[in-house]
Ligand binder design. Structure first.
Ligand SMILES: *Cc1c(COP(=O)(O)O)cnc(C)c1O
Length: 384
């Protein structure tokens, strides 16, 4: 079938409306490029741009300095022996699960885990058992429950789980569980431990060795000021052969990576932003202070933060009966909150949500925080 020219017109000028707004979307706040990355975008934007001097292994490219970044800088930054680039946090999780698990093995993970952790396990043909959270209002993960669930798997199947995963923090409530305690338990049971740092690596200082984690994954486009898609994976030396075993026919190609991963602009923006990221993680305490201030101001408006309190992360989950009640009277119904915020230059809360929603205050300026609090103040007092 012929594609009509008229149909193609709209693709010739793709613009992004959202660029003009302040976004509260937790997915997006940590992926905003550094000015250093933005400056060199155009030079590297063409496909395979980093492959001018590639000898067949992405992580061994010297110009641009990917080799130094992957093999010297990333392991130090992640607190692991070895590191690689992946296409995202989920690809890192899948790689680990696929490499170390055998069909029908179990993965133990927290109930607050991201859907991609579950889907990665499914794709690797593994089974999942959850460590439950504490329910309303804090939804906490209790580290000791990892021991219980590991024992359950052992009792039911005769084998220990192939892997335990902890989400640090989770993407729903922004809770930071006691990863050190979970690491200790996993070590005692000799169950390999994976820390999912999609919302921490690149935001806060985080070192896998502090938690006795065998593996850590991060997300470049979520938390490391990279265009993506790109992720980072760190692991202990003991797992090098298992995770990065090479093809029999193509001797330098790593099988689990399908030979090559995040090339071109994704890796360039990750590296170009790295000095900025390395600096910003040292100031995460300011982001926590900001989040707590925001949580308090919202609470005063009857919009209550759930999840851990006091909060330790910029991602926050809110509940508001008040906004829900307004939505029942407003002519725009449940879309009123989205509309009213947008009118005030703010986006990032999913259209249609009023009673429960999440947002992030990461790297917002004082003026932006004030603008947002004022906007919510006006909205809860709307005269209908
Ligand atoms: C966003 C997110 C992911 C997925 O990250 P990608 O890099 O896009 O694969 C995984 N885990 C958590 C907890 C997340 O919030």
């Amino acid at each position: 079938m012929e594609i009509q020219n008229s149909q193609l017109e709209k693709f010739k000028e793709l613009h992004r409306e959202a660029i003009k707004f302040t976004s509260l979307d937790p997915l997006q706040r940590g992926g905003i490029l550094s000015k250093e990355a933005r400056k060199i975008l155009d030079e590297w934007a063409d496909g395979y741009s980093v492959c001018d001097y590639c000898g067949g292994s992405l992580d061994r490219i010297k110009n641009p300095p990917i080799e130094e970044f992957v093999h010297e800088i990333l392991p130090k930054f992640l607190g692991t022996d070895i590191a690689r680039l992946t296409n995202g946090a989920r690809e890192g999780k899948f790689l680990i699960m696929h490499a170390i698990g055998r069909e029908d093995d179990y993965v133990v993970m927290d109930q607050n885990a991201h859907y991609s952790s579950y889907v990665a396990a499914e794709r690797a043909r593994l089974k999942v058992k959850f460590v439950p959270n504490s329910g309303e209002p804090e939804y906490k993960i209790n580290a000791d429950d990892y021991a219980k669930v590991i024992e359950e798997v052992k009792n039911e199947t005769g084998n220990f789980p192939a892997l335990a995963l902890l989400t640090y923090p989770d993407g729903s409530y922004g809770n930071l569980p006691d990863a050190k305690a979970v690491g200790k338990i996993c070590n005692e049971y000799k169950v390999p431990f994976l820390l999912n740092g999609a919302y921490s690596v690149g935001r806060m200082e985080i070192n896998a060795s502090d938690f006795n984690a065998d593996f850590i994954v991060g997300s470049g486009h979520k938390s490391m000021a990279a265009s993506g898609p790109i992720g980072v994976l760190g692991a202990g030396k003991a797992y090098e052969e298992i995770l990065f075993r090479k093809s029999e026919k193509y001797k330098i190609k790593e099988i689990e990576q399908l030979g090559c991963t995040a090339r071109g602009l994704p890796v360039i923006t990750l590296m170009a932003s790295f000095p900025h990221v390395y600096e910003r993680v040292k100031h995460y305490d300011e982001e926590v202070k900001k989040a707590r201030y925001f949580s308090e101001k919202m609470g005063n408006l009857g919009i209550n933060q759930l999840g851990e309190k006091p909060h330790e992360h910029d991602l926050m989950f809110f509940e508001s009966q008040k906004l829900f009640e307004i939505s029942q009277k407003h002519k725009r119904g449940r879309f009123f909150l989205y509309d009213e915020l947008k009118k005030r230059g703010i986006i990032g809360i999913k259209p249609g949500l009023t009673k429960n929603f999440k947002l992030s205050t990461y790297l917002l300026s004082e003026e932006e925080i004030k603008k947002i609090v004022d906007a919510f103040g006006e909205i809860v007092n709307l005269n209908l």
